[in-house]
Design a protein around this ligand. Structure first.
Ligand code: PXG
Length: 456
């Protein structure tokens, strides 16, 4: 049997990991994950880990679901691949398109398939510009996004995203993409109520539209809740006001539902939780619970009618658009979500249960703010609880906490000093108790470290 050391040596010798300092990781050694079941993972040393991040925000039905495995196996045996380019299609792709039209809001009757969220957002850029071309308004090409947004890592995805570290490498953003500030009340809303701040933050969109010139703006894109940016839950007033502004200036509204789709927020889609009606939605991750890559774009009637009725050929697509095995797995996954009532469970039971636990965690001396939305949660670690004063960034307190989590059987992510979770939607109340006990233990260990080092 291959030992952990052997895996690590081969990994360091050949494997360039995403978003990784290659040399630093090679020196430290990669943790090798070998098995998953339900909400748990095991590493090559046999240690059991509670995966409070659902893999990477995607394994929503948990690991080891036989329905998904059987669907993949059956489709691999029948027809492992055929394309949809040349006037053909496969049954799983058609059936999935039909089911997506059923589970998304009623204005969405059409889907364009891709393989990931990044590719979905590349499609978004092509599609919104094509839409305005077809309206005879090609000058409407600018897309507005937000600082600290994450929309993927392709050229268009990283450009739409607002991560300064990503823009610093490779000459990004590409032309025609501009950014406004994020609706992060804890950082920027001092002196305002959450609701007041939501209106103010939406106003930054209007200001940017006026600065660029409304006649040049094609679309606004945002994640209903910023995920990779740190589970930043916007005030309830934010999205309805963004919707009004988009309508006022006739701008397409795009909801990037890659993380928030398929039940994560307690409704099928984040736009439903926050009460807005996008023209387009990007999806990926939870559509197949990450068992196999799949992503795409839900196309609302306004854009679909233009593309279908007036568009002629749309010169865009991927070899694996509508891959039959991926679509078969997604079908099994969505049917399982429906059958087990997972969306309703998050909305009525586990989401509120997690929220109560997080209210209690907000009392911890290290926590300045605790937020949840469905089964997403964030704990902002602060130096001074009363004033909300942050730690010096260079201390990397979030990474200290993450280290304790990793060492104690819990996967929780650190985004700077914001600790975040997004456990599988199948998590039970008892498992939430177990997860929160681990979180509390790791917060205590971090607090002890911080005090010992005189950082607090
Ligand atoms: N949109 C959103 C909202 C995402 O969260 C993408 C697009 C891109 O999807 P693909 O499938 O191309 O990766 C994402 C991906 C993190 C992390 O550190 C988050 C993502 C990916 C990798 C890391 O939280 N989200």
């Amino acid at each position: 049997m291959t030992s952990t050391r052997q895996w690590q040596a081969a990994d360091a010798a050949h494997y360039l990991h995403p978003f990784t300092d290659f040399k630093a990781l090679a020196a430290k050694g990669t943790r090798i994950i070998t098995k998953g079941d339900n909400i748990y993972l095991w590493d090559s040393e046999g240690a059991k880990i509670l995966d409070a991040m659902s893999g990477l925000w995607c394994v929503n039905v948990g690991y080891g679901r036989q329905e998904l495995i059987a669907a993949a196996t059956a489709q691999l045996e029948t027809l492992p691949f055929y394309n949809s380019f040349f006037q053909t299609a496969t049954p799983p792709a058609i059936e999935l398109a039909q089911l997506l039209a059923e589970v998304t809001p009623p204005s969405f009757q059409h889907v364009f398939f891709a393989n990931s969220g990044s590719e979905g957002n590349d499609t978004i850029v092509r599609m919104v510009r094509r839409y305005w071309d077809l309206q005879g308004r090609p000058e409407r090409s600018v897309i507005i996004s937000r600082r600290n947004a994450y929309h993927g890592s392709t050229m268009a995805g990283a450009s739409l995203g607002g991560m300064s570290g990503m823009h610093a490498q490779g000459g990004l953003p590409i032309p025609g993409i501009v950014h406004i500030e994020q609706p992060f009340w804890f950082e920027q809303g001092k002196g305002l109520s959450r609701d007041e701040f939501g209106i103010e933050a939406a106003g930054w969109l209007e200001a940017k539209i006026l600065e660029v010139g409304a006649a040049k703006v094609a679309a606004f894109i945002g994640e209903p809740v910023q995920g990779a940016g740190g589970v930043i839950v916007p005030p309830a007033t934010y999205w309805p006001e963004v919707q009004r502004i988009c309508e006022r200036y006739d701008i397409l509204l795009v909801s990037d539902e890659v993380i928030t789709g398929f039940g994560r927020t307690g409704r099928w889609f984040g736009c439903e939780t926050f009460g807005f009606r996008p023209d387009l939605m990007t999806f990926a991750k939870g559509v197949s619970s990450g068992y196999i890559p799949l992503g795409g774009v839900m196309v609302g009637e306004r854009v679909a009618r233009a593309l279908i009725d007036e568009g002629g050929e749309f010169n865009h697509g991927y070899t694996y658009s509508g891959h039959p095995v991926a679509c078969a797995v997604a079908l099994a996954n969505l049917r399982l979500i429906q059958r087990e009532g997972l969306v309703e469970k998050v909305r009525d039971d586990t989401g509120p249960y997690l929220a109560r636990h997080f209210e209690a965690l907000a009392e911890h001396p290290l926590v300045g703010e605790a937020q949840t939305c469905g089964l997403m949660g964030a704990l902002q670690l602060v130096k001074d609880k009363r004033s909300g004063e942050a730690f010096d960034k260079a201390l990397e307190v979030g990474m200290v906490c993450r280290g304790h989590c990793f060492g104690n059987g819990l996967i929780m992510r650190a985004v700077a000093d914001r600790m975040i979770i997004a456990p599988p939607l199948v998590i039970t109340r008892a498992q939430i108790d177990e997860m929160v006990a681990l979180i509390r233990q790791c917060l205590d260990l971090t607090l002890a470290d911080v005090k010992r080092r005189g950082w607090m």
